[in-house]
Design a protein around this ligand. Structure first.
Ligand code: HEM
Length: 387
């Protein structure tokens, strides 16, 4: 088997996959904007690497930066649009993803988490936490929100993996996208006839006349893919991380008031979306350096989250740390649409797991945990646990 290619800028330290690789720390230290090769299904490309937190915010907030051009275009997927077109589409969706809406979903999320924990208990010690906890929770939540049958999960999870794997070929990725689009197209057609009460039905009811079937299917796909893989990865990575830091785990388990801040710290530390790729549509000034028009740009959320210029020791996990900004949800016009939903799921699921299984520990030695560092979203492939 060939080793998956990992861009030097997405690389994590050998032996501690939560830490940036030494080359990323070096890039943080020097004053240059380095350029480095980035593997992608569209072929390897060279990109300007942005590692510092303030530079990342300046660049991601620049109106000269484009999403389109760095990834294949998909109708309805916000990440394929920029400028006015992006704003117009995003405005149609923001009402479904407010803090208030996430709060209203809390009882439903608590119900899903309780059922999933029953399932984990039944599966017994030695079970894989990814299969029995981190994947079913966000998958059930997003299926319920979109009105997607949960029985279809294996199919769309397989396709999501292909879409997010930087080592998929362009053809494999496009095939997976086409399959997900066809699948979602059937749901959209059903909603066109009779819009359901779920989130997708609501979007069809309110904005169906302004959006084509392809765009609606693209919106559904984007939410389905973004809505389960990222949270699942963050949940599993957070548990793996807490199991390496028993004092921090005890705080998450025993101090309900600490959970909101703890979730932000776990997001900062795990940086599940490791890199944010873009293309420069014009010159962008970064301190006294210039990114030229046409250059690809890759922001390292992993590095930037360790460089918040707060003067604190940011390589230490401290779930009681006063709130800092971080780039786990990105920054600027494309900042994560589902971040309040994601936060709510993490705030409910992590303490519930640790309270149900106060003696939770990994069932394999810590250095044998199988981390996923080659995909766009960092996570854990499997995490056998016991209690
Ligand atoms: C812990 C979980 C999550 C993480 C870490 C995460 C991370 C991110 C990041 C970093 C971006 C920006 C990408 C970039 O700028 O290149 C993003 C965008 C996005 N996320 Fe999330 N996400 C999470 C959960 C969700 C959920 C639950 C949903 C929806 C159900 C969602 C929907 C989206 C959408 C639609 C965008 C594109 C926004 C735009 O382009 O305007 N995400 N996410």
């Amino acid at each position: 088997m060939t080793e998956p290619k990992v861009s030097p800028i997405a690389a994590r330290a050998a032996g501690c996959p939560f830490d940036p690789a030494p080359a990323l720390y070096e890039a943080l230290e020097d004053d240059e904007l380095r350029r480095c090769p980035v593997p992608s299904p569209m072929g390897e490309f060279e990109a300007v690497v942005v590692t510092r937190y303030q530079d990342a915010r300046a660049v991601l907030g620049s109106d000269q930066l484009r999403m389109g051009g760095a990834m294949p275009f998909q109708p309805g997927n916000l990440m394929s649009y920029d400028g006015e077109e992006h704003t117009r589409l995003r405005r149609r969706l923001t009402g479904s993803f407010t803090t208030k809406r996430a709060r209203e979903l809390r009882p439903m999320i608590e119900g899903v988490v309780a059922d999933v924990l029953d399932g984990l208990e039944k599966a017994g010690p030695g079970s894989d936490l990814v299969a029995h906890f981190s994947m079913p929770i966000p998958t059930q939540v997003i299926c319920a929100l979109l009105g997607v049958p949960y029985e279809d999960r294996e199919e769309f999870q397989r396709r999501t993996e292909a879409v997010l794997d930087v080592n998929s070929t362009f053809e494999q990725q496009m095939r997976a996208v086409a399959e997900v689009n066809a699948y979602m197209g059937v749901l959209v057609a059903r909603h066109r006839e009779e819009p359901g009460d779920d989130l997708l039905g609501g979007i069809v009811r309110e904005h169906g006349a302004e959006l084509t079937d392809d765009e609606l299917a693209g919106v559904g796909n984007m939410l389905l893919i973004a809505g389960h893989e990222t949270i699942s990865s963050t949940l599993a990575a957070s548990v793996a991380l807490l199991l390496r830091h028993s004092d921090q785990l005890a705080i998450v388990r025993d101090e309900p008031d600490a959970i909101d801040g703890a979730v932000e710290e776990l997001l900062r530390f795990c940086a599940p979306a490791t890199i944010l790729p873009r293309k420069a549509a014009g010159e962008i000034q970064v301190r006294d350096r210039v990114i030229d028009e046409g250059e690809f740009v890759v922001v390292s959320a992993l590095a930037a989250n360790r460089d918040l210029e707060s003067g604190e020791d940011l390589d230490r996990l401290d779930v009681r740390r006063p709130l800092l900004g971080h780039l786990a949800f990105g920054f600027g016009p494309h900042q994560c649409l589902g971040r309040q939903l994601a936060r709510m799921e993490l705030r409910v699921a992590l303490p519930a797991l640790l309270n149900r299984f106060p003696e939770l520990r990994t069932a394999v030695p810590a250095d044998e945990v199988d981390y996923r560092t080659s995909a766009l979203v960092f996570g854990v492939n499997s995490l056998p646990v016991t209690w």
